[in-house]
Design a protein. Structure first.
Ligand code: ZN
Length: 335
């Protein structure tokens, strides 16, 4: 029955990147309370610790310097500490008065879980060699002052949970098959944690200790309709993106993320001939966003964002080259 939605063949395989989510927790608007906490944290645990650590390193390398100079430098550090502390007090009162967003002055997210001491010291897997070919690929975000992509930490599994509520029959096989293709192409190890009743939210927190314990929240894969999530309206069959945070070094790493799949669009695809491969490719596309791939204009890539009567159902050379790079990100033991 035609309910006004596009027929499967008219569906242009056009999944939208959710721009809010693509930028992750780092630049979201913070509440007044969060801004205050962030101001306190950035001064107490961030800047001072970094300055003190720098100081200690310098002390070790210059042991021959005279005690007098050492005390002078310590005095200077004390002055610096006092200046930073007084700046913090002034800044907090400014925040209280004006509500100025600290998101513009710090790149650290508000909430970090304790350091994950179970993380491997070396990558859990490596991607296969990048293919030859001139297919296009693009990253959702690159590191500051570099063309390197913001990626997931390959020393830890990409944990994910699925809310199967409303999912079409066969959804688990679709997700499993798509996850496997992303894992093979990136070398990233994916770990299915559990089902969840968490639903899509535009401002999903990457750290939800009440729901998921004192770890980064697993990536969420969920199903919904355009009535529940207007972002799925029109031709949109899915949404997806990572949640990157900043490490102490200023480099970014994805720690969580989310994928939303349109129940009606999938039912429609699965009811058409050959629709299973196409539906799986849509999940691949959204998982491609989850690991950091952006759209391309090349119609031979799964990350193509335009309409096509015959969209690819397997990665193209550009997809694979991008996924190769996304599997070779740095490990971030401090995140
Ligand atoms: Zn997309």
């Amino acid at each position: 029955m035609n309910d006004g939605r596009p027929e499967p063949d008219d569906d242009p395989f056009a999944q939208l990147l959710d721009p809010e989510f693509a930028s992750g927790a780092v630049v979201r608007e913070l509440s007044a309370e969060e801004r205050l906490r962030a101001a306190q944290r950035s001064v107490r645990s961030g800047e001072l610790q970094i300055r003190l650590a720098d100081e200690q390193a310098q002390q070790r390398s210059i042991q021959r310097r005279s005690r007098r100079r050492k005390w002078l430098r310590r005095g200077a550090l004390m002055v610096l500490v006092s200046l930073v502390a007084s700046w913090a007090i002034r800044y907090q009162s400014n925040v209280e008065r004006s509500g100025t967003s600290i998101a513009q002055t710090t790149s650290r997210p508000v909430n970090f879980p304790p350091v994950d001491t179970s993380a491997s010291k070396t990558p859990l897997g490596v991607p296969p060699p990048a293919p030859s070919g001139d297919g296009e690929y693009s990253f959702m975000r690159t590191q500051p002052d570099s063309a390197d992509p913001v990626a997931w930490d390959p020393c830890r599994p990409v944990r994910y949970v699925v809310n199967w509520d409303g999912a079409p029959a066969g959804a688990q096989e679709l997700v499993d098959a798509a996850v496997k293709r992303v894992s093979v192409a990136t070398g990233l190890v994916f770990q299915y944690d559990s089902t969840t009743d968490e639903t899509w939210s535009n401002d999903r927190e990457p750290f939800q200790p009440d729901r998921y314990g004192k770890k980064w929240a697993p990536a969420l894969i969920a199903w919904s309709t355009d009535k529940q999530v207007p972002g799925l309206g029109g031709y949109i069959a899915g949404l997806g993106g990572p949640a990157p945070v900043s490490s102490q070094s200023g480099q970014f790493v994805s720690v969580s993320g989310k994928v939303l799949l349109d129940i009606e669009a999938f039912n429609s695809m699965l009811a058409s001939p050959g629709g299973e491969a196409r539906a799986r490719a849509v999940v691949q596309h959204e998982l491609g966003h989850l690991v950091g791939l952006d759209h391309v204009a090349d119609p031979h890539q799964v990350m193509f964002s335009g309409g096509s009567s015959d969209p690819p159902t397997e990665w193209g050379s550009g997809d694979l080259a991008g996924l190769h790079a996304l599997g070779k990100g740095d490990c971030f033991p401090d995140v």
